[in-house]
Design a protein. Structure first.
Length: 366
């Protein structure tokens, strides 16, 4: 994708907040996308399922899980029929179920590609959680499956519907405060006692690069929509302090992105500290978010003063608008190509840290 196409998608993302439900449907006559959630972990339980329940344009009609012990609870909470309960072995049979229009992939990153492709081949639209997949090649296969099935593939980038992040995007897109001169950002969460032995986040197979995938994907994306451009290169390093916990993945990550005109931005993600921000110096002053990537409680500042927005349910706005894209065949503002773009940078960060060499982005495309 060329630079102007990247800017066009960024603009769509910035205006997405204003695709409000009332503009597309009359009360009592709302069409709904029937969604099956694939993977019933904490994020699905605490964020996505409630968001679907609150959505004007979605209904939760089915579940796909490898954890049989979770099925009764979900059936009771969401009135899900036994005929709409699937496991990972019989997932393909959803092709025969008219009560499923779309599958929301909430499993660990390591199997996003498999379940996305199988769902698309079954003739269903897909919303896939971030990060899209372990490798660019995986992303390519997912995008190809979407095109072949003629079904939408969207990535669960909730911050494209957060008013603070949208305001930042708009300000940078329009150069409201002039060009940026410095940029830094980080998203880290200090993990002490893990939630349970064998947590998938500790494994390379499921969490790929650890914090840089789990949390760093937000940092990478905010760098894109803050710079309103694509980077030229990346230089990264990783290390671990607590070897007894992080046996397969690094605990800490730092990287620098090089941009046009010699600009350098500095970023980090870690499981060994706390940080949650995006900060830019512009020609007219400072702009940023701190915290920047949370589900709630985001705060922002600009050269004109503090950003002031009310509380929002990010995932609900995300579901509303992604379902509208399906129902009304509107532009898909968080497509698979965007997910692939971010995975390309994540892969390059890992390669740079491994080789201790700068990785050049040649012919950067989504």
């Amino acid at each position: 994708m060329k630079r102007r196409d990247f800017l066009n998608i960024s603009a769509l993302g910035a205006t997405s907040l204003f695709l409000m439900p009332g503009l597309f449907a009359q009360k009592g006559k709302t069409r709904q996308v029937k969604i099956a959630i694939c993977g019933l972990g904490r994020y699905a339980e605490n964020q996505i399922a409630p968001a679907i329940e609150d959505s004007e344009f979605a209904s939760l009609t089915a579940i796909i899980t490898g954890s049989n012990e979770k099925i009764p609870k979900w059936q009771k909470l969401y009135n899900i029929s036994s005929k709409n309960v699937y496991n990972y072995d019989n997932l393909d049979s959803i092709s025969n179920n008219p009560e499923i229009d779309c599958v929301y992939i909430c499993t660990p990153t390591g199997n996003h590609a498999e379940y996305t492709i199988r769902s698309l081949q079954a003739g269903k639209h897909v919303i896939c959680e971030k990060p899209m997949a372990p490798t660019v090649k995986d992303c390519d296969h997912m995008i190809e499956a979407s095109k072949k099935a003629k079904k939408l593939l969207q990535i669960g980038y909730r911050l494209y519907w957060d008013p603070f992040n949208v305001s930042l995007i708009e300000s940078m897109k329009t150069s409201k405060y002039g060009k940026w001169t410095q940029m830094s950002g980080g998203f880290s969460n200090k993990q002490g006692k893990w939630r349970g032995k064998g947590d998938w986040r500790l494994t390379k197979a499921m969490n790929v690069g650890g914090a840089v995938y789990d949390l760093g994907v937000y940092v990478v994306q905010s760098a894109f929509y803050s710079a309103q451009d694509h980077p030229l290169s990346v230089k990264a390093r990783s290390w671990t302090d607590r070897d007894e916990i992080y046996k397969e993945i690094p605990e800490h990550w730092q990287w620098e992105l090089e941009w046009a005109n010699g600009k350098i931005s500095k970023h980090s993600s870690s499981y060994g500290k706390y940080e949650n921000f995006i900060h830019l110096e512009t020609e007219m002053g400072k702009i940023g978010l701190n915290p920047a990537y949370s589900y709630r409680g985001i705060k922002g500042y600009t050269p004109s003063g503090q950003m002031k927005f009310g509380s929002t349910f990010q995932q609900k706005l995300q579901i509303d608008n992604q379902c509208l894209a399906i129902l009304n065949k509107k532009p898909n503002i968080t497509p698979g190509e965007m997910g692939r773009r971010d995975v390309r940078v994540l892969n390059a960060i890992m390669e740079s840290a491994k080789t201790n060499q700068k990785v050049i982005f040649e012919n950067f495309k989504f």
